[in-house]
Design a protein around this ligand. Structure first.
Ligand code: FGR
Length: 927
């Protein structure tokens, strides 16, 4: 018996629907959520009314029962086989109301009289790879997932020649190379078995993927090892854990620590901006939850680079940049706001190299006690406990396909459900405090296979995949193992704590299942035995593998699962030499250039996106992500006070500029590292209290990509050693080249840096807002005058060339002088995209105070001195600024001048039209 509940929200409940109506220019747009529920027996009218009341329990909503889709309306629902996560929640809700439901399904329908409706939905709200479109009411016989268990497929690899082995390696969407297949052949020979299963092939495909095994980085000479060694050499006492856990852990104050991690979801986001970005944020929050013995996320950050919004997608059928931009915003809002974590920093960039595969980076920081900061180790006999969401047929090959740069299909996209994760967030803290876990990890890329396989490596492990709770009726063993269904965690629970752990999880309504045991075997062992129940497993002796194992997936010693990676030697990367010159422009031309620069997405207000992300939830945000009494301007750093009652602050900032990486990845790495570090010091953080997280995103088919990658890593190692600022976590995404209908498109070899600092008291932090008319604005820091990579150079169509070299000793002197002269600074803003001019423009916008410049040239206004700042100083103190700051007086704050902004020789460079461009251009391009 299937009933349909249609819920229409309006007014306060869904401001974004009004926004959607505005952007589609449909005044009568209505968006309805259609909930289909299959009940076990026909519910009476009272029961139906109760279910309707719960589904429509918001302000300003209307619920109708069993109304077919009206003519002209368009409904979007998941395809069969793509399971919607709400289904399970609907069953639970009905159960709590005392009505038994078997299954549920959620769809969205759009209603308007306009004949344009269907096209608008198809072009912006419908993803044909995972969804289906209905123009009339669909008919469902049942919503209960159908299907039956398919046994593992067996392959005898003995005697297969290279061609056959290679074919098998890439069959069914796998990405195993011939060398890897030969190793599987070796495994079979060593085991002396008649066959290996598809379960083993799939498990190894994931285990040896670039994502899990970092093969590209290993092949180029242990690149991660070089970064780790550099960090070890500097021996910063704040490092509690680095590159060893799901996140790096940095000492905070008074027994607390902060975990930091940034992840990318580039591959999945290219297929579905919404789900790729949704699960990017969900995944990185889970990384924080799975760090040490669990950290609590206290902030998230996000950076997305897509192609130019006006350009079509270079691969037919894929979402274009504008669509990706819109879906990104929806997804980040959906996950972050629902999870309840403040947004610390968000930015979107439009760069043509990301038109085939975006750069989808998400990060998070979390708080945990120092005593829980170390990664736990499971002990033989501990239970393998899977908690959280159900396992479905999604995210299959997510890790290996994204690593291989292979074509990803529908099944590779992960689907997120933030509320599921909200439930176990608090439960994990309780489990940690109660000492119920000896270890935990998140279930993310490569699914259970990666989580169980990695955590089990400490001693050995066996699991029964038949115990894994599924979204579908059945799944083959390898799919259960590889599914990247979201919102799941894996715990190692000692037998003596199992009951207590179960109680805590039950109280938080978190599903948990004992699916296996850690064992003193040194083996990774997977089988499928439907008649081995959870109760029987729990009752079994801790050191005995069950005799009845149903169907065997594999049972292999960990030693046999390691594979040698062939080493490739690379030389130094080519370096550009010529530096183009800045043209001389008259004041009116400078004004025109400024108008273009502030309207560029790198500088313009991204209020349309940012305002949708909750940045104050949890109540600990002390500074950022925006400031300004007149306009809301993006801050260059975020600070929060995560420990109740303590003024100690965590400080986060980031550095990335794809145009500079386009020009010279090695020089750009240096500038970005020094820029992030100088931003931290300007904010008030001591150099020794800063660490960073690196996210490499590099091409694998463009010229010299290997040389550039090695060059960037080696450069980072130099910087880590020089400043004593360690990299403590990161990710390498090494498949940034894509074959498209337009030919090969490659991202620039690049590394995104996120810096985390700490100060004992927020009093130490310097704000950006200008304070007092009459004060003098001074540029300080290293002059990096090359126009290459700057916003203005793009507007002026200047040729590319070399970036400035930075002498690290000069950076040292600058940073020391900055610290020493802090008492002279009334405010300070780090110079970024758009150079001094953009910094001044944003100062005007934020404070409403004008500035009168002493003099200006194109270079002095638009060069992006990234290891520099515009500081505000009282007139009497200008002379006291130390020479190491290389101070250059820019002009004087002029009081609040109606209609004036940045005045040079009587000309206002920042006219009202420019302000409008800053305010509206981003929205106009993507909304
Ligand atoms: O599940 C959440 N955790 C995060 C995670 O492990 N994600 C994995 O990374 C792939 C994207 O990599 P990219 O294309 O950016 O190189 C993605 O498909 C997942 O397998």
């Amino acid at each position: 018996m299937i009933h349909k509940f249609s819920v229409r929200s309006a007014g306060v409940a869904e401001p974004d629907i009004r926004e959607l109506g505005r952007s589609w220019e449909l005044d009568d747009l209505e968006v309805w959520r259609d909930y289909y529920v299959e009940f076990e027996s026909a519910p009476d009218a009272a029961a139906l009314a109760e279910v309707a009341a719960v589904l429509g329990d918001q302000l300003d909503v209307e619920v109708s029962l069993d109304q077919p889709l009206p003519a002209g309306a368009v409904q979007v629902a998941y395809k069969r086989g793509v399971v919607d996560n709400e289904s399970d929640s609907i069953i639970t809700v009905c159960g709590l109301l005392g009505v038994k439901a078997r299954a549920g399904k959620v769809a969205t329908s759009y209603r308007s009289e306009s004949p344009r409706l269907r096209d608008l939905v198809v072009s912006t709200r419908f993803n044909a790879t995972i969804e289906e479109l209905h123009d009339e009411e669909p008919h469902y016989d049942t919503l209960v997932p159908q299907g039956h268990y398919e046994s593992a497929v067996q392959y005898d690899l003995r005697g297969l020649d290279d061609t056959k082995l290679a074919e098998l390696g890439t069959a069914g969407g796998r990405n195993l190379s011939l060398a890897q297949m030969k190793h599987v052949q070796h495994v079979q020979n060593t085991l002396g078995d008649e066959f290996v299963t598809d379960v083993l092939l799939e498990a190894l495909d994931a285990r040896w993927s670039d994502h899990c095994a970092h093969t590209t980085w290993k092949s180029l000479g242990s690149l991660l090892g070089r970064l780790v060694q550099a960090a070890k050499d500097v021996d910063n006492p704040n490092v509690l854990s680095m590159f060893h856990d799901n996140a790096g852990v940095w000492d905070f104050y008074d027994g607390h620590a902060i975990a930091i991690k940034a992840e990318t979801h580039n591959g999945p986001s290219a297929i579905s901006g919404y789900f790729g970005q949704l699960t990017k944020l969900g995944g990185v929050l889970r990384d924080i939850l799975g760090t040490g013995l669990s950290a609590d996320p206290i902030g998230s950050f996000e950076y997305t680079a897509v192609g130019e919004p006006e350009a079509p997608a270079p691969i037919k059928g894929r979402p274009d940049a504008r669509r990706l931009a819109g879906e990104t915003i929806r997804a980040i809002k959906e996950y972050g706001n629902t999870f309840g974590v403040p947004m610390m920093s968000s930015r979107m960039t439009f760069h043509p190299a990301y038109r085939a595969k975006p750069f989808a980076l998400g990060g998070s920081i979390g708080l945990l006690p120092v005593s829980a900061a170390q990664r736990g180790t499971p002990r033989p006999g501990d239970f393998v406990v899977l908690i959280g969401g159900l396992t479905g047929n999604e995210g299959i090959h997510g890790a290996s396909a994204s690593s291989a740069g292979a074509v990803m299909d529908t099944a590779a996209v992960q689907i997120g459900a933030p509320l599921e994760q909200v439930k176990f967030r608090k439960a994990l803290i309780e489990l940690r405090e109660a000492g119920c876990m000896s270890a935990l990890t998140d279930v993310g890329g490569a699914g259970l296979n990666s989580a169980v396989g990695e955590i089990g490596e400490a001693c050995g492990v066996w699991i029964n995949t038949a115990l894994v709770p599924l979204k579908t009726a059945a799944l083959p063993m390898w799919r259960i193992l590889l599914s990247e269904s979201q919102e799941r965690m894996l715990l190692a629970v000692p037998p003596e704590h199992q009951e207590r752990a179960k109680k805590i999880l039950d109280r938080h309504m978190v599903r948990s299942t004992v699916i296996g045991r850690f064992a003193d075997t040194g083996r990774y062992h997977v089988f499928h035995a439907p008649d081995l129940t959870e109760e029987a497993l729990i009752a079994g002796a801790p050191d005995v593998v069950p005799a009845h194992q149903g169907e065997l997936g594999f049972d292999v010693a960990y030693d046999l699962l390691d594979i040698e990676v062939e080493r490739q030697e690379v030389g130094p990367p080519p370096r550009p030499a010529d530096v183009p010159e800045w043209p001389e422009l008259a004041p009116t031309q400078l004004a025109g250039l400024l108008e273009e620069v502030v309207a560029d997405a790198e500088v313009a207000s991204q209020h349309f996106a940012d305002s949708q992300y909750d940045s104050t939830v949890q109540g600990n945000t002390w500074y950022g992500p925006h400031y300004g009494t007149e306009h809301s301007v993006r801050t260059a750093y975020w600070a929060g006070t995560p420990v109740a009652g303590s003024p100690a602050a965590a400080v986060l900032n980031t550095a990335f500029n794809p145009w500079m990486f386009d020009a010279d990845p090695v020089a750009a790495t240096r500038q970005m590292f020094c820029s992030a570090l100088a931003g931290q010091v300007l904010a008030g953080v001591a150099v020794k209290d800063v660490c960073m997280c690196d996210n490499f995103y590099t091409p694998h088919l463009s010229p010299h990509w290997r040389e550039w990658l090695v060059g960037m890593v080696d450069e980072l190692a130099v910087l880590v050693r020089h400043f004593g600022v360690p990299l403590i976590s990161g990710k390498d995404s090494s498949a940034g080249s894509v074959h498209t209908d337009e030919g090969l498109v490659s991202v620039p070899p690049a590394v995104f840096l996120s810096a985390l600092g700490k100060v004992p008291h927020t009093d130490a932090l310097l704000r950006e807002q200008w304070t007092t008319p009459g004060n003098v604005l001074v540029r300080v820091g290293l002059a990096t005058s090359s126009p290459v990579g700057t916003v203005a150079a793009r507007k002026l169509s200047l040729p590319t060339g070399a970036l400035d070299d930075l002498a690290l000793s000069d950076v040292d002197s600058y940073l020391s002088a900055l610290t020493a002269s802090r008492n002279l600074l009334r405010s300070g803003a780090r110079i970024g995209a758009g150079g001094v001019a953009a910094t001044l423009a944003q100062g005007v916008l934020a404070s409403g105070i004008g500035v009168k410049l002493e003099s200006a040239t194109t270079e002095s206004l638009f060069a992006e001195h990234r290891v520099g700042a515009v500081v505000e100083v009282a007139p009497d103190n200008v002379a006291a600024l130390p020479a190491e700051l290389s101070p250059v007086v820019l002009g004087v704050l002029e009081g609040t001048l109606e209609g004036t902004g940045i005045v040079l020789d009587g000309v206002d460079l920042f006219a009202p039209a420019a302000r409008d461009g800053w305010l509206n251009s981003f929205t106009a391009r993507i909304a």
